[in-house]
Design a protein around this ligand. Structure first.
Ligand code: BTN
Length: 259
């Protein structure tokens, strides 16, 4: 169900100018990514920077076909639309950089980006991003879906992920105002996207992975890799057994969060 956003403060006093002002708020929906994707393909004219937020998602989508449990009001579940020439792999970094900077600067939390699309606090995941691309009138439309865990207690996470997940509340003891947090996030998002620095440079500044040894599972086998760099395409340049490799996707890799 779509909620009338005039009844609340979601778009009042927004500091961002282009992104986030066009907002659709849903009380409960399968997935904000899915809904935005469908609307784009049904010729709904959606403007650059449109945002869909769900207070609950009944079928939240995670990366690589996983689900993203969000059938609750414990986080910020949203999608932002960008008509962007950037490659999907690089664009994935955008919300991760925005959130990492916000957490560091406003909450004094030592957050960092885990390649390619997670934000961690220490070794625990606080946020993930899923990008889906479609074409509208010959323009590439990128639906950038991000989930940020805000209010969870440990027991709110499924037992399988309990020791791998965290929330802003668990890290700070603060229950932020959802609308204010959204407005701050979208401001960071816009400043970064329209700013001078490129996303690869900013990824490197906000990630801890470069220069570290990481453990991963590749084709079921545990391997150790030394991370040398991030390429201009957003790929991971590693050294395994003295040989350089470029890892394009995390799909078949299970990268450890301890590094
Ligand atoms: C991941 O697996 O880390 C990516 C999670 C992405 C979740 C967000 S929540 C808002 C948007 N809608 C979805 O269905 N998924 C993304």
């Amino acid at each position: 169900m779509e909620v009338n956003i005039l009844q609340n403060n979601w778009t009042e006093n927004l500091k961002s100018k282009i992104y986030g002002g066009n907002l659709k708020l849903f009380e409960s929906i399968e997935s904000t990514n899915k809904k935005m994707f469908e609307d784009l393909n049904n010729n709904k004219n959606l403007k650059e920077g449109t945002v869909y937020i769900a207070l609950k998602q009944t079928a939240g989508k995670g990366s690589y076909g996983n689900s993203w449990v969000s059938d609750n009001d414990l986080g910020l579940w949203f999608s932002v639309l960008l008509y962007s020439p950037f490659k999907k792999e690089v664009l994935t970094f955008l919300p991760c950089i925005a959130l990492t900077k916000l957490l560091k600067e406003k909450f004094n939390i030592n957050a960092h980006i885990k390649w390619p699309n997670d934000v961690l606090v220490e070794h625990k995941k606080i946020s993930g991003t899923l990008i889906q691309i479609t074409t509208v009138d010959d323009k590439k439309a990128c639906v950038i879906g991000t989930g940020i865990n805000l209010y969870h207690n440990e027991n709110d996470f499924y037992s399988e992920i309990r020791n791998k997940a965290t929330s802003l509340f668990l890290e700070t003891g603060i229950k932020v105002d959802l609308e204010e947090f959204y407005k701050e996030f979208i401001y960071y998002f816009e400043e970064i996207y329209l700013g001078e620095k490129n996303l690869i440079e900013l990824f490197k500044e906000n990630s801890e992975i470069i220069g570290k040894k990481i453990k991963a599972k590749k084709d079921g086998k545990e391997i150790e890799a030394f991370v040398k760099d991030i390429t201009e395409e957003g790929y991971l340049k590693v050294e395994v057994d003295n040989k350089e490799e470029i890892w394009i996707s995390r799909a078949s890799l299970d990268i450890d969060t301890f590094y």
